[in-house]
Design a protein around this ligand. Sequence first.
Ligand code: DQA
Length: 146
Amino acid sequence: MNVLVVNGPNLRRLGTREPEKYGTTTHDELAVLVTQWGADLGLDVEVRQSDDEADLVHWMHESVDSGTHVILNPAAFTHYSYALRDACALVSSAGLSLVEVHLTNPHARETFRHTSVISGVASGTIAGFGIDSYRLALEAVARRVG
Ligand code: DQA
């Protein structure tokens, strides 16, 4: 089973970006871990990152066309991107899992982070467990499709 893990803006900077909030694991290290955790669950995982909203929208379209489940950390787009929300709705309505993940718990942070325009079209949301949020999301996908 193929799973696309997509990380949004500023997540390439993991490791040095506000490590007290996001931890010290780099994006490359996260990609290796996520791929390994996926393989352990029988999932074939590809990890991508972009700061560009258009890339994320196009990758959602690609996942619909290829029948690929998605784990998405929309980063700041979580809070305001209706374009990404609409693209995620396409994934969900194609019968594919779309799990929203966050390293931090946005509800325990600034008020503007309390709103997710993505959650309403996601299969579910996992937030606040650092890089383990991705591991839990992979388990959720594996259980849903297994
Ligand atoms: C984040 C939370 C967002 O509010 C923030 O803009 C991010 C990362 C997280 O993983 O905790 O870039 O999605």
